[in-house]
Design a protein around this ligand. Structure first.
Ligand code: BES
Ligand code: MG
Ligand code: ZN
Length: 495
C-alpha cells in the first residue's frame, strides 16, 4: 500500500472511496465533510444524520453511494465518538478497523482519508497513527492461502486542505510507515512456520540488515566464549545455534543500549516435553528476537544518536539423544552455575549468557524482551506484558513510553525472597522453582547474570506476543509487541 499526503479538493477527486471522520454530537459539519455534503446535495446532513440518525459512535460506519454527484464512488462516514475520548491509540485502532472494513466490503483500490475533520492539533502524530493503523490493519498472513479472502488498497491518501500542514503530515506518515512496517515484519517472522524461521534464517536476516554491523557466532565460537548454558539448550536440535550480535554506532552517541531478544525458534520443551496443546504455537518463542532484529533493521531510517546493540541467542529447544537433561549442571559465561530442574524453562538459560555478553559491552542499559513465562500470561492475559528490572527509573520510563504507544506493561515485584524458590543444593541456582510466582522468579534468575552497574529491564511478552482471537487493531496471530515501545524509547533517548 502506497501512503501519501493529498493537498487539494476532495470533491473533484476520482477514487473508490473517501473516508470522513465525524464526531458524536457534532452540531455543524466542517472542512471536507461540509464541502462534500454540499457537493452531494446535503446527503450527509439530511439523510445520514437527520433521517437515519447516524450517531457517530466510535468505530460506527455508514457507507454511502455518491450517485456520480462527485467523482468518488463511495463515501465512508466513520464515527469518532466523543471528541475528548479520541486518544491517539484509539485513532490508530480506528484507522486499522476502517481499512479492514473497506478491504472486506468495498474492495477499494484508491482511498482518501480525511484528516481535516480530526481538528488541527498534533497533526503529525495523527497522521502517524492513521498510517500505522492502515499498515497494521491491512496485515494478513495469507501467503499460504491459495484463494485470498480480502482485497488490498493500492493507494491511500491522507487528505489535508491546509497547505501549511502538508510537511508536518508527511513527517508523521514517514514515521508511521517505518514503525508499522517494522512491526509487520516482526509479525511475519513469528507467524512463519518454525521450519522456515530457524536460527540460521534469523542470522541470515540479521546479516542482511542495512545500517548495522552484524556478527554471527557459530556453534564452536559459542562454546569458546564460555556460553555453556546457551549451548546446552541447543544440543537436542538438528539445527545449530547462532549467536547474533547486531551493532548500530552513530558518531557521538548520547547513550549505549543493548536490546536482547529471546530467540527460541521452536520450544518443544526439551526432555520435559510440552503437551500438544501447549506446543502448538511455540514457533512464536522467538518473538523477542524478531522484535529486536526488526528494530535494528529500522534504525537507519532515523539515525538516532544512541549506540544500539541487538543481541539474540538463537536455537531450538528439542528432544533427541543429545538433549540436555534435568539434573544437568551448566556454567554460564559469568561463571555462575545452573542446575537444570526443568528443560522447558530454557529461555532464561539462553538469556543468561546473552545478558553476560551484553554487560561486557560497556553499555549503560540492557533491555531484554522474551516470551518467557506462562505465569506472566496467566497473570496479565493478552492485554498487558510484564516488566521488571534492577532500575526503577528505566522500568518506569519504558512503562510510560509503552502507554503512549498503546502497549501496556505492568511492573512485577522483585523481592529477594523469590530467589528462595530457585536455591539449589548442587549449583548456584536452579532454573525453575515450579509455577508459583513464576514471572518474578524468572526475573530473579535473570538478575544473576546482570552486572550491578548496568541498568536492566526485562519485558515478559509470553501473553501478548501471539493472539488466539482479534484484539484492538490486531488479527489473530503474532502482534509484534515491543516494537512500538522499544523503537520510540530509543528515539527519545537519542534526542
Ligand atoms: N516459551 C515458554 C513460555 C510461554 C508460555 C510463552 C506460553 C508463550 C506462551 C517457556 O519457555 C516455558 O516453557 N516456560 C515454562 C516454565 C516452567 C517450566 C517453569 C512455563 O511457563 O510453563
Ligand atoms: Mg519452554
Ligand atoms: Zn520458551
Amino acid at each position: 500500500m502506497n501512503i501519501e499526503v493529498f493537498n487539494g479538493n476532495l470533491c473533484s477527486q476520482a477514487c473508490d472511496a473517501i473516508v470522513l471522520g465525524l464526531f458524536k454530537n457534532a452540531n455543524i459539519l466542517y472542512g471536507n465533510l461540509a464541502s462534500i455534503d454540499k457537493a452531494t446535495d446535503n446527503i450527509i446532513s439530511k439523510y445520514v444524520i437527520e433521517k437515519d440518525k447516524f450517531e457517530a459512535n466510535y468505530n460506527e460506519t455508514y457507507i454511502l453511494q455518491t450517485y456520480d454527484k462527485i467523482p468518488a464512488s463511495k463515501i465512508v462516514i466513520v464515527g469518532l465518538g466523543e471528541k475528548d475520548d479520541l486518544t491517539l491509540a484509539k485513532l490508530r485502532e480506528l484507522s486499522a478497523k476502517t481499512i479492514k472494513k473497506i478491504n472486506k466490503e468495498l474492495k477499494s483500490k484508491t482511498v482518501y482519508f480525511d484528516l481535516s475533520t480530526f481538528d488541527s492539533t498534533h497533526i503529525d502524530q495523527k497522521a502517524q497513527m492513521i498510517t500505522e493503523g492502515a499498515i497494521i490493519g491491512e496485515y494478513a498472513f495469507d501467503k499460504y492461502i491459495s484463494k485470498k479472502k480480502f482485497s488490498k488498497i493500492e493507494n491511500f491518501f491522507i487528505a489535508e486542505k491546509d497547505e501549511d500542514k502538508v510537511e508536518t503530515i508527511k513527517q508523521g506518515i514517514e514515521k508511521g510507515k517505518v514503525i508499522a512496517n517494522a512491526l509487520n515484519f516482526t509479525r511475519d517472522l513469528a507467524n512463519e512456520p518454525a521450519d522456515l524461521i530457524t536460527p540460521e534464517k534469523l542470522a541470515e536476516i540479521a546479516k542482511k540488515a542495512e545500517g548495522v554491523k552484524t556478527k554471527i557466532y557459530e556453534k564452536d565460537d559459542i562454546q569458546d566464549m564460555g556460553m555453556e548454558a546457551f549451548y546446552a539448550v541447543s544440543k537436542g536440535s538438528a539445527k545449530y545455534p547462532k549467536f547474533i550480535h547486531m551493532k548500530y554506532v552513530p558518531q557521538k552517541p548520547k547513550k549505549k543500549i543493548a536490546l536482547i531478544g529471546k530467540g527460541i525458534t521452536f520450544d518443544a520443551g526439551g526432555m520435559d516435553i510440552k503437551s500438544a496443546a501447549n506446543m502448538l504455537t511455540m514457533r512464536d518463542d522467538m518473538s523477542g528476537a524478531a522484535c529486536v532484529i526488526s528494530i535494528m533493521k529500522a534504525l537507519k531510517h532515523f539515525s538516532p544518536n544512541v549506540e544500539v546493540h541487538g543481541i539474540v541467542a538463537a536455537c531450538e529447544n528439542m528432544v533427541n539423544g543429545n538433549s540436555y537433561k534435568p539434573g544437568d549442571i551448566l556454567r554460564a559465561k559469568n561463571g555462575k552455575t545452573i542446575e537444570v530442574y526443568n528443560t522447558d524453562a530454557e529461555g532464561r538459560i539462553t538469556l543468561a549468557d546473552a545478558l553476560c555478553y551484553a554487560c561486557e559491552l560497556g553499555v549503560d542499559e540492557v533491555i531484554d524482551i522474551a516470551t518467557l513465562t506462562g505465569a506472566c500470561m496467566v497473570a496479565f492475559g493478552t492485554q498487558c506484558s510484564g516488566i521488571l528490572g534492577n532500575n526503577d527509573e528505566l522500568v518506569d520510563r519504558l512503562i510510560k513510553t509503552g502507554e503512549e504507544q498503546g502497549e501496556h506493561f505492568w511492573k512485577l515485584p522483585m523481592f529477594e525472597e523469590y530467589f528462595d524458590n530457585i536455591k539449589s543444593d548442587v549449583a548456584d541456582m536452579k532454573n525453575t522453582g515450579g509455577r508459583s510466582g513464576g514471572a518474578s522468579v524468572a526475573g530473579l534468575f535473570l538478575k544473576e547474570f546482570v552486572t550491578d552497574n548496568v541498568a536492566w529491564a526485562h519485558l515478559d511478552i509470553a501473553g501478548t506476543a501471539f493472539l488466539d482471537k482479534p484484539q484492538h487493531e490486531f488479527i489473530k496471530g503474532a502482534t509484534g509487541v515491543g516494537v512500538r515501545t522499544l523503537f520510540n524509547y530509543i528515539l527519545e533517548q537519542g534526542k
